[in-house]
Ligand binder design. Structure first.
Ligand code: SAM
Length: 247
C-alpha cells in the first residue's frame, strides 16, 4: 500500500488506538496469556511469535535491528530489548512512529529510533543493518518483490530477515526471497492463528458501536477487515518466514 493510502487508512486508527480499551480487551480475551498487552500491538502478534523472532534473528548485543511496518513499535522494542540490540523502526504512517517513541521510553528502550519510511524505500544505506524484522505488514505492500529487494540491499551479508505475513496459494514468499539472494531457513504457520483471528473478527463486529465511539473514523479500517477477511482466511495462512542473506 502506498504511503498516502496507509496514512489515510491508519492515521486515525493510530491516533485513537491508546484510547480504545475495547480493542485491547478483545485481543486479551481471545489470546489470554499469549497476548503481549504491554506492547500495544496492532495485529495478531503473540508472545510465542516474539520468542520465535528472537531465536531466528539470532541477534548479538549491539546489533542494529530494523523493524519495518513497525506501527507503534511494540514487537520490535520487545525483541531488541531481549537481545540487547539497537532498534530502528520504520512505518509509513506518521502517527504510528510518533506513538512508537513514547512507547519505547515507557518500555525501557529510550534510545530506539523511529522514522517515517516505506518497505520499498527505507532511505537506509546499503549493508548497514544486521537484521530486519516485520510483523504483519508485508501483506499490505503492493510491490512485494521490491520490498524484499530493498531488505536485501540494506542488510549486511549473512544478516537475517524474519517476518510474519499472510500467504495465499498464489504468493510464494520463499521463491521471492531466493530471487533476492536469500536462503530460506524456516517457513511455519503460526500456532492457532486461524481460530484466534476468526474469534477476534467476530468480537470486533459484535462490538462495532463501542469501537466506533472509542476510535472515531479509525474504527472503519478494523471493521472493514473484520467483515471482508473471514471469507478468504482458511486459504490464506499466517506464516512466519526466516531467511539469511547470502554473500
Ligand atoms: C497490522 S500493522 C502491524 C504493526 C506492527 N508491526 C505491530 O505488529 O503492532 C501493519 C503496519 O504496516 C504499515 N505499512 C503498510 N504499508 C507499508 C509500507 N509500504 N511500508 C511500511 N509500512 C507499511 C502500516 O502503516 C501498519 O502500521
Amino acid at each position: 500500500m502506498s504511503a498516502e493510502t496507509a496514512e489515510r487508512r491508519y492515521g486515525d486508527f493510530y491516533t485513537h488506538q491508546p484510547e480504545s480499551p475495547t480493542l485491547r480487551r478483545i485481543y486479551r480475551d481471545v489470546y489470554a496469556d499469549d497476548y503481549p498487552d504491554e506492547l500495544e500491538p496492532f495485529g495478531f502478534v503473540t508472545r510465542r511469535d516474539l520468542a520465535r523472532f528472537g531465536e531466528l534473528l539470532a541477534l548479538r548485543g549491539g546489533d542494529l535491528l530494523v523493524d519495518i511496518g513497525c506501527g507503534r513499535g511494540g514487537p520490535g522494542i520487545s525483541v531488541a530489548k531481549a537481545a540487547g540490540a539497537r532498534l530502528l523502526g520504520l512505518d509509513v504512517v506518521a502517527s504510528a512512529v510518533a506513538g512508537a517513541g513514547r512507547l519505547a521510553t515507557a518500555l525501557g528502550l529510550p534510545d530506539a529510533e523511529f522514522r517515517q519510511a516505506s518497505f520499498t524505500d527505507t532511505g537506509l544505506p546499503g549493508r548497514g543493518c544486521d537484521a530486519v524484522m516485520s510483523v504483519d505488514a508485508l501483506w499490505m505492500v503492493w510491490n512485494k518483490p521490491a520490498a524484499v529487494t530493498e531488505v536485501a540491499r540494506v542488510l549486511r551479508p549473512g544478516g537475517r530477515f524474519v517476518f510474519t505475513t499472510w500467504e495465499p496459494a498464489y504468493l510464494d514468499h520463499a521463491r521471492m526471497l531466493a530471487k533476492a539472494g536469500f536462503t530460506v531457513e524456516a517457513r511455519e504457520e503460526t500456532a492457532g492463528w486461524l481460530e484466534r483471528q476468526r474469534a477476534v473478527y467476530e468480537a470486533i463486529l459484535a462490538n462495532r458501536e463501542r469501537l466506533e465511539e472509542e476510535l472515531g473514523p479509525g474504527a472503519e479500517v478494523i471493521l472493514a477487515e473484520a467483515r471482508d477477511t473471514p471469507a478468504v482466511l482458511a486459504d490464506t495462512p499466517r506464516v512466519l518466514l526466516a531467511a539469511v542473506l547470502s554473500g
